[in-house]
Design a binder for this molecule. Structure first.
Ligand code: IPD
Length: 277
């Protein structure tokens, strides 16, 4: 039977590529910076322009579909994941990287029905890497199949994480306690690309065994969550149990063994859910 969402996925890939051209072009010019929830939570006109470009283009083809977009939510739109077909968009994942021309930025487009991600597209535009996954059909980078690492020994693992944009001293202490615990397991190394979506694509590619973060949003991880699971990886909450896309906490790993070992080392802290009223 033909895939009912192939058209939508093809459209997501095409519009992500177009958005990538806009982002790469903007990287060559001036980038005026504005702030959102804190002085280190950055946004630029390019984030807003690219989100509108994607939403307008999708609306023309799929007028009844819904959207959760990072910049639309920042502008006051509700962040609700219903059972309806919903496009979950981060126009620039890695905005701080973008501002500094640190070359890891991605356009992230997830598509969910009945709260389940059906396809995910992450375009790391400076690297020119198009990561895609369709539920049940595998994950790919530029058309090549992806497979997570088979490493099960945490002592030989590479772990990715981020510091996020919360500078509350108690939160920063907990982030550093987790890092300390993980470094002392020990692990081979800790890295961070500055983009949740790219970190997760690194898990899917087998370059790092795991990525975790508390404070991300649904638009950072929706598309990449399917890319990880279709590459054979697992998604969990940082305190164990199933991952919840709206909870703002995630661990994406090559295996349950590695995820559970890291979960024991992570010091959790609470953040308001994306769908908190
Ligand atoms: C951010 C990036 C960053 C992560 C933050 C995210 P944005 O997304 O993914 O790596 O640490 O938690 O919010 O704001 O650049 O789309």
């Amino acid at each position: 039977m033909a895939d009912p969402w192939q058209n939508a996925m093809d459209h997501a890939v095409a519009v992500a590529r177009k958005a990538g051209e806009v982002v790469c072009e903007a990287l060559r010019g001036d980038r005026a910076v504005m702030t959102k929830s804190s002085v280190v939570d950055l946004v630029t006109q390019t984030d807003q322009k690219v989100e509108q470009l994607i939403i307008h283009s999708v609306k023309e083809k799929f007028p009844t579909h819904r959207f959760i977009g990072e910049e639309s939510v920042a502008a006051g739109e509700p962040c609700v994941l219903s059972d309806s077909p919903t496009w979950i968009i981060d126009p620039i994942d890695g905005t701080t990287n973008f501002v500094h021309a640190f070359p890891f930025v991605a356009i992230s487009i997830g598509f969910a029905i009945n709260k389940q991600v059906e396809f995910g597209v992450v375009f790391s535009c400076v690297e020119d890497k198009m990561f895609t996954a369709r539920r049940g059909k595998g994950a790919f980078c530029n058309g090549e199949p992806l497979q997570v690492s088979r490493q099960e020994a945490v002592e030989q693992a590479m772990v990715a994480t981020e510091f996020g944009s919360n500078r509350d001293a108690d939160v920063v202490n907990k982030i550093f306690q987790s890092l300390r615990n993980i470094l002392c397991l020990p692990v081979h190394g800790v890295r961070g690309a500055g983009s949740a979506a790219i970190n997760m694509c690194l898990v899917a590619s087998g370059c790092v065994e795991a990525y975790y973060e508390i404070g991300i949003h649904v638009w950072d991880v929706a598309a990449a969550s399917l890319i990880v699971s279709e590459a054979g990886g697992v998604l969990m909450d940082v305190e164990g149990g199933d991952a919840d896309l709206m909870s703002r906490r995630i661990i994406a790993a090559n295996s349950k063994t590695i995820a559970e070992r890291l979960i024991k080392a992570i010091v959790p802290f609470s953040v308001p859910r994306d769908d908190a009223a």
